[in-house]
Design a protein around this ligand. Structure first.
Ligand SMILES: Cc1cc2nc3c(=O)[nH]c(=O)nc-3n(C[C@H](O)[C@H](O)[C@H](O)COP(=O)(O)OP(=O)(O)OC[C@H]3O[C@@H](n4cnc5c(N)ncnc54)[C@H](O)[C@@H]3O)c2cc1C
Length: 392
């Protein structure tokens, strides 16, 4: 097989890149190790920055998003049994975010790709990227549909959109990694109950962090900070609801609505950056190059920023013959990545209780939250970062 751009991974990064290249008239092949049902069901992010929504619209992939996405003009910070709303449009000159699950973004992009785009091969696992430093890079892959036979995809460029556990990053020699793990994770549930608040609620509590989010007007997504390595099955549904109620409690009559829990899992927390995001004709995008803890809702949005930058650079190269933007790809993306790393780290340490935290640490966290609640400058800083950093 031969193509211009070989894309490894059909998560949001790989699927959107294929779509952007298709609209620019550049052919690609997407290799995805899992089957379609798995990719479309995998519960992950759900907050789209304004810039991400604009990109999906421009790519013709927002028909359902515009119908079903829930526009949110703010978030609530909850601490010391108090509530403080951060008003995004008022602080950022009109910006907002949209709640639309990653599963739905992927479903929409997969449907478009299969209808209008180039090949998207499921159960096609990339084994290695070869000859990345030459002008003929190749991806060796095993295709489930052909009894596991090993095949080769020859490309002009290869893009590793294969997430944190993929194979592409290993083909970038002499890279540097920057990493921090956190001694806690998130126990996340999906519940068949209308969200108890119409915007996300980020709660700091002496027992740990909690987040109220949503997937639709009838499905709630809720999270609890739990110790690192927790097995979700050790928490009964009753224990989960009781703990959520404690962490969200306020002095007014706000109540958390309970409902049947349909899914529960634990997500570890990690900050990770691999530099550079390029080696020869191999480019890394999304989680293949960087991970943020989910507190800032940045993972999916960073992946979108990377592939928009890369699609522009590949189009520029095609139209002008200049590799200038491709050469700048890694540095351009990393500037935005590090801003997201900073914000995600700040939000995480602002709201989570670290093991061994002292009363002094507790008071400092509350003072930081108080500062956001009482200073327009501090609140604007949060609102600008949450609604998104410019792409490119
Ligand atoms: C459990 C979990 C919960 C999360 N929750 C949030 C959240 O609440 N908010 C937030 O902003 N972000 C969240 N994230 C992060 C967000 O989902 C990611 O940043 C986003 O998925 C990145 O997209 P991606 O396309 O780069 O990578 P991925 O979505 O990981 O996609 C990579 C794709 O590559 C495929 N692949 C891997 N190896 C190979 C191979 N060898 N060959 C072929 N295909 C391969 C994988 O199957 C996958 O489909 C979460 C992540 C996880 C893991």
């Amino acid at each position: 097989m031969r193509t211009t751009v070989g894309i490894i991974g059909a998560g949001p990064a790989g699927l959107l890149l294929a779509r952007l290249l298709h609209t620019a008239g550049i052919d690609s092949v997407v290799l995805e190790s899992r089957d379609r049902a798995y990719v479309e069901r995998r519960q992950r992010a759900g907050i789209l920055e304004q810039g991400t929504v604009d990109v999906l619209r421009a790519a013709g992939a927002a028909e359902r998003l515009d119908r079903e996405g829930l526009r949110h003009d703010g978030i609530e910070l909850r601490f010391d049994r108090r509530r403080h709303r951060v008003d995004f449009p008022a602080l950022t000159g009109g910006r907002s975010v949209t709640v639309y699950a990653q599963t739905e973004v992927c479903k929409d992009l997969i449907a478009l790709q299969l209808k209008e785009g180039g090949p998207l091969l499921f159960e096609a696992e990339a084994l290695a990227v070869e000859d990345a430093a030459t002008d003929r890079p190749r991806v060796r892959f095993r295709h489930g549909g052909t009894d596991g036979a090993v095949d080769v995809l020859e490309c002009d460029y290869v893009v590793g959109c294969d997430g944190f556990w993929g194979v592409a990053r290993a083909a970038v020699p002499d890279g540097r990694t920057f990493e921090r793990t956190y001694p806690y994770g998130w126990l996340g549930i999906l519940a068949d109950v209308a969200p108890s608040h119409d915007e996300l609620v980020y709660a700091r509590h002496d027992r740990g962090f909690a987040l109220l989010s949503m997937r639709s007007p009838s499905v709630s997504r809720l999270y609890l900070q739990v110790p690192e390595g927790t097995d979700a099955e050790t928490w009964s549904d009753e224990e989960i609801w009781a703990e959520l109620e404690r962490r969200f409690e306020t002095d007014d009559d706000w109540r958390l609505e309970r409902g049947p829990i349909t899914q529960k899992s634990v997500t570890p927390m990690r900050s990770y950056v691999h530099e550079p995001m390029r080696h020869g004709r191999l480019f890394l995008a999304g989680d293949a190059a960087h991970i943020v803890p989910p507190t800032g809702a940045k993972g999916l949005n960073l992946a979108v920023g990377d592939v928009v930058t890369l699609a522009r650079a590949l189009t520029h190269q095609r139209q002008t013959g200049s590799a200038e933007l491709l050469d700048a790809y890694s540095a351009t993306c990393l500037r935005r990545v590090w801003q997201a790393e900073r914000f995600s780290y700040d939000m995480t340490t602002l709201l989570h209780r670290a093991p061994g935290a002292t009363p002094f640490d507790d008071r400092l966290q509350v003072a930081r939250l108080d500062r956001i609640a009482s200073s327009r400058a501090a609140e604007t800083d949060l609102a600008e970062a949450y609604t998104g950093f410019p792409i490119g």
